[in-house]
Design a protein around this ligand. Structure first.
Ligand code: ADP
Ligand code: MG
Length: 600
C-alpha cells in the first residue's frame, strides 16, 4: 500500500507560517512592507493587546483588483517577481509571496481594498486559510488588512507569546525599522486606542528626532561616503552618547533593515579609542548597493545579508565613520585620504589585543585559615601559568572554600570599628584576625538589593514626595518598559504616573534616594534593566531589584564620610550574604597574618 500523501494546502500553509510569522511583530513587519511596496504615502497601524487581538494596517497605496485580492492569499503569489532573473534586481520589500498566505493560515483576516480608479472595492474574509466571504464594498482607495486573533488555531504558538509589554516592544522595534528609512511616508501607530506615534513626511534627521526624541538632534553627526561599490549615508551618534546597552543601532541596505555583526563591528571599529570597550554607539546608517551584488535571500526573515566584497565594505564603513567623527571635530582628524584602502589603524587609537593569560600562585591553598578567596587577587599576584583544567579545579576549591567561610560567622566581622577609605574605592577596617577590605560599590549594591527584596515582600514602601513633580520623557521602547515596571517601581517607593503618550510624572522617590536626581535614577534603572534582560535570564522583579541596586549604588570614585562608611558596613554585615556581589564576584576580602606577611 502506498502511504505518501500531499499535505492539504491549509496544513502546508500553517507549517510555512511558522517560518514567517513568529509573533505579532512579524505580521506587522510584513503588512507594513506590503503597504510600502504598494506605494502608499500614508500608513496607519492600529494594534490591540500588543497585536494578539488585532493588527490593522491601513494604507493609501495602489489597492488591488477583485481577483488580485483573492490571489494575494495564495502561497507564492506575488506581483513583485516575474521571472528568475528579477531575483537579482529586487527593489521591493517582498517578493516571496508567502506573507499573506502565512498570516491567513493562522489568523482571522479581513482585507478591504480598492484601486484609485475603481468605483467599488472588495472585501475578503479568510480564516485559517479558509475563504469565508468575498463581496463588493465601498471603501477608501488603498488597502486595509485587519488581522484578528493571531494563532487562534495554533494554541501552542499562542501560548508561546510573551507578555503584552514584551510583544509590544517587538512591534515597536519593527515599526521603527520601517518608519526610519521611509521618512517620506507619514506613519501613525495606535496601541489600545492611544496614539503612540504620529509622524509626518520629513527628512531623515527629522524622522529620527520625531521617533526617538528631539534631544537626538544635537547627538547626530552625518556620515557620507560614495565609492564605486557602495554609497553610504545617514547619521551616527557622538561618542559621548554611546550607551552601555545596545540601543539605537540601525543598518539599512537598500532601505531594508539588516542586523549584521560584521557591519556593526565595522562601525564600532570606527569609534575605536573614542568610546569605552563596553559602550555601544547609536547609528542610523544607510548603504546603497547594486542589488545584484548582495544576497538578501540567505535568511528567511531577511535581516542578514551577504556582500560580494565584504572586506571592502567593512573598510569603507569603518573609514566613513572615522571621517564623520573627525570632520565634526569630535575626534582627531584621521586617515581621510585612505577611505577605501585597508589601512592599519593609527597606533595611538589602537590597543593591540593581548593574548589572554591566566596566572596563578601554585602555593595558594584556599583551605588555609584565610578568607581571601578572591580569584582575581591570586591571578594578579603571581606569574605561573596553569592550564584550563587546573584552573577549573582551582575554581572548585575556591567555591568550596567560600562556602565554608560563608557558613562561619563573617557577619560578625564588622562591629563598628573605625574605618577609612582607600582610593575612593575600598573601605578598610581592622579586625582581630587581620585587615578587611571592602569594595564600596559592590557592598552598596548588595545592601540596596536586600532592601528591594524586602520591599517586594513586605508590600510596604517608604516614599518621599518631591516638592514639584518631575516630568520624564521616554522613547517608545522605554515607555513600554516603564508601563511594565510601574507597579513594581511603586512597590519600591517610586510615586509616578503616566502623563501623556510618552511621558511619566515622578512625584516621589524611595526615602534613601537623593532628591533632584529622580529622572536620572529612573533612566539608569531602565538602562540597567534592559542590559540585564539581554545578558541574563532574570525573573522581572529580580532584574528590577538588581537594576535599581546598580543604578542607585555608590560608585567607585565617590568619597564617603565616616558616618556613611560606618552605616554602609553595618548594613552590609547585617545582610545574609555579605560577600556575594549581586552581579557575581566578591564584596570584601580579609587579609590575615600569613597574607600580610607575604606583602612586607
Ligand atoms: P510579497 O510581498 O512577497 O509579494 P505577500 O504575500 O506579502 O507577498 O503579498 C502578496 C501580493 O499581494 C503582493 O505581491 C501584492 O501584489 C499584493 N499586496 C499585498 N499587500 C498589498 C497592499 N497593501 N496593497 C496592494 N497590494 C498588496
Ligand atoms: Mg509582502
Amino acid at each position: 500500500m502506498d502511504i505518501i500523501k500531499l499535505l492539504p494546502d491549509a496544513v502546508a500553509n500553517q507549517i510555512a507560517a511558522g517560518e514567517v510569522i513568529q509573533r505579532p511583530a512579524s505580521a506587522v513587519k510584513e503588512l507594513l512592507e506590503n503597504a510600502i511596496d504598494a506605494g502608499a504615502d500614508t500608513i496607519k497601524l492600529i494594534i490591540k493587546d500588543a497585536g494578539k487581538t488585532l493588527i490593522q494596517v491601513i494604507d493609501n497605496g495602489s489597492g488591488m483588483s477583485d481577483t488580485d485580492a483573492r490571489m494575494s492569499f495564495e502561497r507564492h503569489a506575488t506581483s513583485k517577481l516575474q521571472n528568475a532573473d528579477d531575483l537579482f534586481n529586487i527593489r521591493t520589500k517582498g517578493f516571496r509571496g508567502e506573507a499573506l498566505a502565512s498570516i491567513a493560515a493562522i489568523a482571522q483576516v479581513t482585507l478591504s481594498t480598492r484601486r484609485y480608479d475603481d468605483e467599488i472595492g472588495t472585501e475578503i474574509v479568510i480564516e485559517g486559510s479558509d475563504v469565508k466571504s468575498q463581496q463588493a464594498v465601498a471603501t477608501p482607495a488603498g488597502t486595509t488588512f485587519s488581522v484578528r486573533q493571531l494563532f487562534f488555531n495554533t494554541p501552542a504558538r499562542r501560548n508561546f507569546l510573551k507578555s503584552n509589554a514584551q510583544e509590544m516592544r517587538h512591534v515597536l522595534e519593527e515599526f521603527m525599522r520601517v518608519a526610519i528609512p521611509h521618512f517620506n511616508i507619514a506613519f501613525s501607530l495606535f496601541h489600545d486606542n492611544t496614539e503612540v506615534f504620529q509622524v509626518k513626511a520629513a527628512n531623515l534627521r527629522q524622522r529620527i528626532c520625531n521617533l526617538l526624541g528631539a534631544n537626538y538632534n544635537e547627538r547626530l553627526v552625518p556620515v557620507e561616503e560614495e565609492t564605486s561599490i557602495v554609497k553610504i549615508f545617514g547619521f551616527i551618534g557622538k561618542p559621548e552618547h554611546a550607551k552601555k546597552v545596545r540601543g539605537e543601532q540601525y543598518f539599512f541596505i537598500n532601505n531594508r533593515f539588516v542586523r549584521d555583526g560584521f557591519l556593526n563591528h565595522a562601525v564600532n571599529n570606527g569609534y575605536e579609542g573614542l568610546i569605552p570597550k563596553d559602550a555601544h554607539p547609536s547609528y542610523f546608517i544607510f548603504i546603497e548597493v547594486n542589488p545584484a551584488s548582495i544576497d538578501v535571500n540567505i535568511h528567511p526573515t531577511k535581516t542578514q545579508i551577504k556582500f560580494e566584497d565584504e572586506r571592502s565594505v567593512y573598510a569603507i564603513i569603518r573609514s566613513a565613520v572615522k571621517r564623520a567623527l573627525g570632520k565634526f571635530s569630535v575626534a582627531p582628524s584621521l586617515d581621510f585620504e585612505h577611505s577605501t584602502t585597508f589601512d592599519l589603524p593609527l597606533s595611538q587609537l589602537q590597543q593591540q589585543p593581548k593574548q589572554p593569560q591566566i596566572s596563578i600562585n601554585p602555593d595558594y591553598n584556599p583551605f588555609k585559615t584565610t578568607t581571601d578567596f578572591n580569584p582575581r587577587h591570586n591571578v594578579e599576584s603571581s606569574t605561573h601559568k596553569i592550564n584550563f583544567e587546573q584552573w577549573q579545579a582551582l575554581q572548585q576549591q575556591i567555591e568550596t572554600g567560600a562556602q565554608q567561610i560563608n557558613s562561619s560567622s563573617q557577619n560578625a566581622l564588622y562591629t563598628n570599628q573605625n574605618c577609612f577609605q582607600v582610593l575612593n574605592k575600598y573601605i578598610v577596617f581592622v579586625h582581630t584576625m587581620g585587615l578587611v577590605m571592602v569594595n564600596q560599590q559592590a557592598a552598596h549594591e548588595r545592601v540596596l538589593f536586600e532592601n528591594n527584596k524586602a520591599a517586594f515582600q513586605n508590600k510596604t514602601n517608604s516614599s518621599q514626595q518631591s516638592l514639584f513633580p518631575q516630568t520624564m520623557q521616554l522613547t517608545a521602547e522605554n515607555f513600554v518598559i516603564m508601563q511594565e515596571l510601574e507597579s513594581d517601581l511603586k512597590q519600591l517607593g517610586f510615586d509616578l504616573n503616566v502623563f501623556g503618550k510618552d511621558t511619566y510624572l515622578v512625584h516621589g522617590i524611595p526615602t534613601w534616594a537623593t532628591k533632584g536626581s529622580e529622572v536620572t535614577l529612573l533612566e539608569s534603572i531602565l538602562e540597567q534593566f534592559k542590559m540585564n534582560s539581554k545578558s541574563f535570564r532574570l525573573e522581572l522583579r529580580n532584574n528590577l531589584a538588581k537594576s535599581m541596586a546598580r543604578a542607585a549604588s555608590i560608585k567607585v570614585g565617590t568619597a564617603l564620610s565616616d558616618a556613611e562608611m560606618k552605616s554602609l558596613l553595618t548594613d552590609l554585615f547585617q545582610s545574609n550574604l555579605p560577600n556575594d556581589g549581586i552581579y557575581g564576584g566578591k564584596i570584601f576580602t580579609l587579609l590575615q597574618a600569613d597574607e600580610l606577611d607575604k606583602l612586607v
